[in-house]
Design a binder for this molecule. Structure first.
Ligand code: HEC
Ligand code: HEC
Length: 212
């Protein structure tokens, strides 16, 4: 559980950002074809991809295309088990998933507001920007960027503006190793989350909800 373990991934993110054209693999999704399939998704995620019917459901609008495609594949093959989405991706081809990813990536991200008091927001911000060195928690900013928009080329997700209930659920799922979708990335988010207490998760989640 050391920050060092993530250094190679952070350098990787920097490298793909700088030399993105050469090394990144882009899904060639068609947003219009994605929109044509998205009505069913809108029932839960909102027609604009950012007005979920339940505050614990994620925004998809403005999410990085590459991240979205990866998650859709993992939801489809049950590597990421989402009971509520059972059947939603049945029969979809990889091209269909790429089209859906391109559609949601093309929509404008929506942000929200932190609800904590000033001191709570400052603590959340400190974790976001600096991590928690004494526990080996890497700074979120290194991979998710200062404004929380992630890193498109590395496939690191946008997290700014996500509802705090969703962020809390995901950080807890990584910590408890229930979510293991970061397997191909060396378990990097499980490694980050394992050092966080419930209180720290709640504080950083509220900060991220208001970040834009
Ligand atoms: C019945 C409600 C429901 C429907 C319909 C639905 N979803 Fe979801 N979706 C969810 C929930 C709930 C989650 C988050 C589950 C969790 O906590 O991990 C989710 C998560 C996702 C994620 C992961 C987001 C992230 O940030 O990692 C993607 C991508 C996604 N849905 C895409 C879709 C698409 C595309 C469709 C339509 C083909 C769709 N969903 C239909 C409820 C739904
Ligand atoms: C070394 C890079 C790295 C660092 C540092 C990092 N993350 Fe992540 N994060 C990722 C990657 C990559 C994913 C997607 C992994 C996957 O596919 O499950 C992710 C996923 C997430 C998700 C789930 C997004 C979604 O839409 O479901 C949340 C929430 C999150 N990170 C929050 C944080 C917070 C909070 C911190 C700081 C305490 C942090 N991350 C630090 C790389 C990082």
């Amino acid at each position: 559980m050391t920050v060092r373990r993530y250094k190679k991934w952070i350098s990787f993110a920097v490298a793909v950002t700088m030399f993105g054209g050469a090394v990144s693999v882009h899904a060639s999704g068609n947003p219009d074809a994605g929109e044509a399939q998205a009505a069913a998704c809108g029932a839960c995620h909102g027609q604009d991809g950012a007005s979920p019917i339940d505050p614990s459901y994620p925004h998809l609008a403005g999410q990085n295309e590459r991240y979205l495609l990866n998650q859709l594949k993992m939801i489809q093959n049950d590597t990421r088990n989402i009971a509520l989405m059972a059947g939603q991706l049945n029969g979809k081809t990889e091209q269909d998933l790429a089209d859906l990813a391109a559609f949601y990536a093309s929509l404008p991200a929506k942000s929200s507001q932190a609800i904590g008091d000033d001191s709570a927001i400052r603590t959340g911000q400190r974790i976001y920007r600096a991590g928690i060195a004494r526990k080996g928690v890497a700074a979120c900013i290194a991979c998710h960027s200062p404004d929380g928009s992630g890193n498109q080329q590395a496939g690191f997700p946008r997290i700014s503006g996500q509802p705090s209930a969703y962020i809390i659920a995901q950080l807890t799922a990584y910590r408890e190793r229930v979510r293991a979708t970061d397997e191909s990335l060396g378990g990097m988010m499980r490694g980050v989350a394992e050092g966080l207490t419930d209180t720290e998760i709640a504080l950083v989640a509220d900060y991220i909800q208001g970040l834009n």
